[in-house]
Ligand binder design. Structure first.
Ligand SMILES: Cc1cc2nc3c(=O)[nH]c(=O)nc-3n(C[C@H](O)[C@H](O)[C@H](O)COP(=O)(O)OP(=O)(O)OC[C@H]3O[C@@H](n4cnc5c(N)ncnc54)[C@H](O)[C@@H]3O)c2cc1C
Length: 400
């Protein structure tokens, strides 16, 4: 096929930034355009689990430099588990059964973004530039931005997230339809761990109540990210309660420590609230012609198994790897992009289904449902529970 010498990426989230690095690693030029200003691009709520499937990608990129920096800034994923709201253990992981010393790392989102940005040569990322539309030319793709500028490249990748405009334009639309609401909203932020009654044997813990749950995890440097879920109406806010801190106080008042103590420690900290949504899988074709999608633009999932961003990382690696390997083949550029999409479909669909299933179980909101959920988790042998996601964590990225 004609070689790909320049990729245009829309979106500077984890997917777009990782793809930029992966392309540069295989000698393909990239330009990344992000609609937000730099400060906003480097912000983000709470923390993120980079689990071992995605972490293996970073071991390969830039000779492992990103991987090293993650461990320098972040918190290692170690022993942790699910508890009922009184603090009784329901499931505690047993990393030794999985046979990996490295389960992954958790980072504050702004630190993740900063590390990924700093892994790119200056000038690769242009911020404050919003994608507007594209058109195919005789031998490439032309991209139009809202400020009237245009650029040209060999392929266009929409890494522009849940409300992807690239995906909307592929469907001949101005904007995408609303995503599917899960019935749950989520608060996120972070806190300093010192002085709080956290059990030091756990790097992460999640407490399950009735229609609510609260979790926290180590993000390095004595800091912890938290998240709290609540089954409620779409589009809600905490104004009537005088803010998110009061909403959390009221929802989690009958939880055992450390949950109420953590909530009190959030006084004065920024707390983000979002509705939890996803989109039904697209099937085996995500793009058209010289345009493809990665990450949330193609397959947003509920966060119940902490894999949305990890899938974006895998997508980024697999796309760069395929563009590299097909340089001298007989395929056309569009056919290589369709191969990429088809190769990812089964895996991301499985993650979508698992995320919905786990979310539904964890957010049980009847007394019977909670009893059954807790009973299932208590009685399932740890080894079996850990093995259920073996298919996910067995991912072994390789440059072809
Ligand atoms: C509560 C919660 C917890 C989660 N926890 C985890 C976790 O622990 N582990 C995990 O792997 N995943 C987790 N996820 C999922 C993860 O956050 C997403 O899957 C991931 O951020 C998607 O990355 P992305 O790069 O595809 O999109 P995004 O991060 O959404 O980035 C898209 C970028 O595109 C930009 N953009 C949008 N439109 C345009 C335009 N027109 N022009 C230019 N730029 C544009 C946006 O400004 C943005 O910077 C969680 C999600 C939630 C809601």
């Amino acid at each position: 096929m004609a070689s790909v010498s320049k990729v245009i990426i829309i979106g500077g989230g984890i997917g777009g930034l990782t793809l930029a690095r992966a392309c540069l690693d295989v000698g393909i030029a990239v330009e990344l355009y992000e609609k937000r200003g730099l400060d906003a691009m480097l912000s983000g709520p709470g923390g993120i689990f980079i689990q071992r499937n995605a972490l293996r990608v970073y071991k390969l990129l830039q000779s492992g430099q990103i991987y090293q920096r993650f461990y320098h800034s972040g918190g290692k994923i170690l022993k942790g588990g699910f508890f009922d709201r009184q603090g009784e253990p329901l499931y505690i992981n047993a990393p030794q059964f999985i046979g990996e010393e490295d389960l992954g790392v958790c980072l504050l989102r702004p630190e993740l973004q900063q590390i990924l940005l700093e892994a790119l040569p200056e000038g690769t990322v242009r911020t404050g530039v919003a994608f507007e539309k594209f058109e195919e030319t005789d031998n490439g793709i032309r991209v139009f931005f809202s400020d009237g500028c245009t650029v040209e490249g060999d392929i266009l990748v929409g890494a522009d997230g849940l409300y992807s405009k690239v995906r909307a334009r592929l469907n001949g639309r101005e904007r995408l339809e609303e995503p599917v609401y899960s019935g749950t909203c989520c608060w996120r932020g972070y806190f300093e761990g010192s002085g709080l009654p956290l059990d030091s044997q756990y790097s992460w813990a999640e407490f399950w109540g009735q229609g609510t749950r609260f979790g926290y995890f180590d993000v390095g440097g004595g800091r912890f990210a938290f998240y709290a879920f609540h089954n409620t109406e779409v589009g809600g806010n905490d104004d009537a309660l005088g803010g998110s801190l009061n909403a959390l106080r009221s929802l989690f008042k009958d939880y055992a420590d450390p949950v109420p103590a953590i909530i009190e420690a959030l006084e004065g900290e920024k707390i983000y609230r979002d509705d939890i949504v996803d989109r039904l899988p697209l099937g085996s074709q995500w793009g058209q012609g010289r345009v493809t999608l990665i990450g949330d633009a193609a397959h947003p999932v509920q966060p119940s198994i902490g894999q949305g961003g990890c899938m974006a990382v895998e997508d980024a690696f697999e796309l760069a790897s395929l563009l590299f390997t097909n340089y001298s083949g007989g395929d056309t550029i569009p056919s290589v992009l369709r191969q990429f999409e088809a190769s990812r479909t089964q895996r991301v669909t499985r993650v979508f289904n698992s995320s919905r299933q786990v979310g539904k179980l964890a957010q049980a909101d009847t007394a019977l449902g909670c009893f059954l959920r807790n009973w299932i988790y208590k009685l399932t042998p740890t080894r079996l529970a850990d093995l259920q996601f073996k298919w996910l964590f067995d991912y072994q990225p390789q440059w072809n």
